[in-house]
Design a protein around this ligand. Structure first.
Ligand code: NDP
Ligand code: GDR
Length: 341
């Protein structure tokens, strides 16, 4: 399936925030990109529409395939047919709060799904490298700063599922000599962030409040501390991990933290608004067990991958507010909304 001498990659979760940025990055590097898309009753490809190519187009380099991380046979068939050089497992039920409502589904897709993919690689006999999207949520209750040697103490079904996937990846590396790596990524955001994660929920609300379309924003725990980075920079780290001579696991983070309250204040201020007039508490958004503080130490990624973050969380908040204001203005004027930010 590779065109010419360039590499090919399979991305699960290609329709998500990270999948869309990674697909762009790999296309720029000359890869043929295969994206796994799950069946939905409505369109779920908005984040990749700007790079989509019709099946009839000659020399297509972005090719979408229907499958699902819950369908192990489909994964074997896909791997056997495509024989990609690299596999990026970004697909997941990725919402921590939702994982308390749908714990078994989250365990199935986010946890077992990873092992299905590893097993599909083994069963199909494809010589490939695999990246597993591991998460700072695995550290959970272990105090910061967190690095590759920090013990895991997950605090949600999502975190537990990611720990399972992490160790499955390590185990397949050790047992079968697979080039399998874990990127332990701390929170990373962008204008493409899902609307129910806290940063995007805030910046979207700022745009709507400024336009007079909304007068309240209901949030949960404002004291949580997070290490927020900029998603396009983080997908570069994923790619670098698969270009190394030997497989290993890496933390990717900025090392700088802020509270949800700080992010709220900065985002509202970016639109000239005083947050305290609009933000209200709703216990509905609290979690049965919370992760209080995540602050990453990405020293290993800097030393070995030459990776360093560039965008601060304050700049990120400003980028996201500006993008949401622009998107809302486009929606209100009936213009086509740009996603290629
Ligand atoms: P998103 O929630 O934006 O994207 C998740 C992707 O997984 C979507 O493409 C979604 O498809 C797909 N997906 C969901 N269920 C299935 C399934 N059953 N089979 C196949 N695909 C499925 O997540 P992000 O882009 O933010 O994150 C990418 C990965 O990185 C995830 O695994 C996440 O857990 C992990 N991660 C994210 C961090 C972050 O801060 N963003 C930090 C650390 C780890 P659809 O579009 O149809 O919903
Ligand atoms: P997180 O991200 O749980 O860290 O997981 P999220 O943005 O959902 O929450 C961050 C913090 O904000 C607090 N919070 C709220 N969260 C949401 N979603 N909605 C609210 O109204 C709200 N009010 C306060 C939360 O309690 C939490 O402390 C993300 C996901 O992308 C995971 O997939 C990924 O693995 C981790 O980041 C690293």
């Amino acid at each position: 399936m590779t065109t010419g001498t360039s590499k090919s990659a399979l991305i699960t979760g290609v329709t998500g925030q990270d999948g869309s940025y990674l697909a762009e990055l790999l296309l720029e590097k000359g890869y043929t990109v295969h994206g796994l898309v799950r069946r939905s009753s409505s369109f779920n490809t908005e984040r990749i529409d700007h790079i989509y190519q019709e099946p009839q187009e000659a020399e297509r380099r972005l090719i979408l395939h229907h499958a699902d991380l819950s369908d192990g046979v489909a994964l074997v068939n896909l791997l056997r047919d495509l024989r990609p050089d690299e596999v990026y497992n970004l697909g997941a039920q990725s919402h921590v709060r939702v994982s308390f409502d749908a714990p078994l589904y989250t365990g199935d897709v986010t946890g077992l799904g990873s092992m299905r993919l590893l097993e599909a690689i083994r069963a199909s006999g494809v010589d490939t490298r695999i990246y597993q999207a591991s998460s700072s949520e695995m550290f959970g209750a272990t105090p910061p700063p967190q690095n590759e040697r920090t013990p895991f103490h997950p605090r949600s079904p999502y975190g537990c599922a990611k720990v399972f996937a992490y160790w499955s990846t390590v185990n397949y590396r050790e047992a079968y000599d697979m080039f399998a790596v874990n990127g332990i990524l701390f929170n990373h955001e962008s204008p493409r962030r899902g609307e129910t994660f806290v940063t995007r929920k805030i910046t979207r609300a700022v745009a709507r409040i400024q336009a007079g379309l909304q007068d309240r924003l209901y949030l949960g725990n404002l004291d949580a501390v997070r290490d927020w980075g900029y998603a396009p920079e983080y997908v570069e780290a994923m790619w670098r991990m698969l270009q190394q001579d030997a497989p290993d696991d890496y933390v990717v983070a900025t090392g700088v933290a802020a509270t949800v309250r700080d992010f709220v204040e900065t985002s509202f201020a970016a639109a000239g608004l005083d947050w305290s007039q609009y933000v209200r508490f709703d216990p509905k958004y609290e979690r049965p067990s919370e992760v209080d503080a995540l602050i990453g130490d990405a020293g290993k990624a800097e030393a070995r991958l030459g990776w360093k973050p560039a965008t601060t969380w304050r700049e990120l908040a400003q980028i996201m507010v500006a993008a949401d204001i622009e998107q809302l203005a486009a929606e209100l004027s009936g213009a086509r909304v740009r996603i290629d930010r």
